[in-house]
Design a protein around this ligand. Structure first.
Ligand code: RB5
Length: 147
């Protein structure tokens, strides 16, 4: 699977561990940075990842900042993006089954690498359930167009 990843300085270490894990498991990672712990502004990384996912180049995006909150707010400004902040696997599964989330955000200062890998695995391997959930997503898409 082809995935787009990005982090600010606070998410850099966790992103590095996630990229290593994904590549070991034969996923293709497009890493938009950052590549060190120098202070960075999270919207600068959320934007290219959101574009890679909304444009169809990458199946999913993974964005990590200190809390995951800033990345989620920034990515959700893009039409067609449904970014979900997850700190455990139940939310990660529901983000896919119910919300058809296409970007996962996490907090590098909140969770450890072991849990983060489980959250990622759950997210990328869970399918959208459709049905009543599609109707709800259509309402979000309509709201997006009203802006
Ligand atoms: C950086 O200090 C921090 O504000 C950022 O990583 C993130 O948590 C914002 O939501």
């Amino acid at each position: 699977m082809k995935l787009a990843l990005g982090s600010d300085h606070a998410g850099f270490k966790l992103k590095k561990e996630i990229v290593a894990y994904l590549e070991e498991n034969n996923h293709e990672c497009v890493d938009y940075g950052v590549f060190d712990e120098k202070s960075a502004d999270y919207p600068d990384l959320a934007v290219p990842v959101a574009k890679a996912v909304s444009g169809g180049g990458c199946r999913f995006g993974i964005l990590i900042c200190g809390t995951g909150i800033g990345m989620s707010i920034a990515a959700n400004k893009y039409a067609g993006i449904r970014a979900a902040l997850c700190g455990e696997t139940y939310s990660s599964r529901c983000a896919r089954e119910h919300n058809d989330a296409n970007i996962l955000t996490m907090g590098g200062r909140v969770i450890g690498a072991g849990l983060a890998v489980d959250i990622v695995e759950t997210f990328i391997n869970t399918s959208f359930q459709g049905g009543r959930h599609s109707r709800r997503l259509e309402k979000i898409t309509r709201a997006e167009k009203e802006r």
